[in-house]
Design a protein around this ligand. Sequence first.
Ligand code: PEP
Ligand code: MN
Length: 360
Amino acid sequence: MSTNNELVQLRDKVDEINLKIVELLNERGTVVQEIGKQKIKHGIKRFDPVREREVLDMIANVNDGPFETSTLQHIFKTIFQASLELQEDDHRKALLVSRKKKPENTIVRVKNDLIGDGSQSFIMGPCAVESYEQVRAVGQAMKQQGLTMMRGGAFKPRTSPYDFQGLGYEGLQILRDVADEFDLSVISEILNPNDVERALEYVDVIQIGARNMQNFDLLRTVGQVNKPVLLKRGLSATIEEFINAAEYIISQGNDQIILCERGIRTYERATRNTLDISAVPILKKETHLPVVVDVTHSTGRKDLLLPAAKAALAIGADAVMAEVHPDPAVALSDSAQQMNIPQFEEFMHELKDFRAKLQS
Ligand code: PEP
Ligand code: MN
């Protein structure tokens, strides 16, 4: 009984100290915030390692135990970190692309289509623009399927400099002409910040390819234009890096961003890349941006396009992207993974059926 009493008393004492610690920490926090304001006013960097070292040395000098100096220093390092976070601007804590900052979905308008409004759509088209006839054949097949968003590369980011690099502006013109004939919109990749402005005359969505996900100049440039951007996940990018790449764009004012999961590089060789299907709900949870799944570059296998596309729709993707070519065998890029037109028609038939079942 008496030991119990003693224990209760000791615990009361500890609680009293805990309260004091909380009070002191918050008092410290208030002072730290004031210091933060002074630092901003005088243009001094927030992180000050010399100052931290002084405090750690002071702890070593005055410490009489029972705690080890290293233990106290460890605790103080945590306090330093928390204080630094207190001094950080709001937008460092909540990114502009985050749901925390904006709970409702961002709906991206692509000509007459809305992406991110709950409907699930399709972005189809050749890997690269090779000729007017080639793009027109795909555009016509798309039109027959009631599709409205056409992709196609005019500037191709190829692994080898000796491979077909794309037709450039001539390719963009072909995309525009075919799109106008069939009332489609154009989604095309731009590689160079200097091409962005001129490309606006041809495209409805600027695509930033996987290899350029961390091309910060390019991201900032497309962040300054009034045109939607489809941002593809980097070859080996983490979700956090992907989200931060989108933040580069939105930080410049453009919030019309579509995220595209296109598979990541792993040790697996059975597919061209590994489709990170769980990235879709994570991105939708963490950000307010629409998410598209590119089943062509993620799988690199025609036999996996349909099951991967079904998985994408089932898990909540806002759109599915895939490549179509009138004669894939002679395509100048990604010849093994593009669908021919009958395969595309079959694919669309099955996928539309699946989407209707999901929605009912
Ligand atoms: C593409 O979509 O044309 C392309 C090159 O894909 P990625 O950037 O994802 O490799
Ligand atoms: Mn391709």
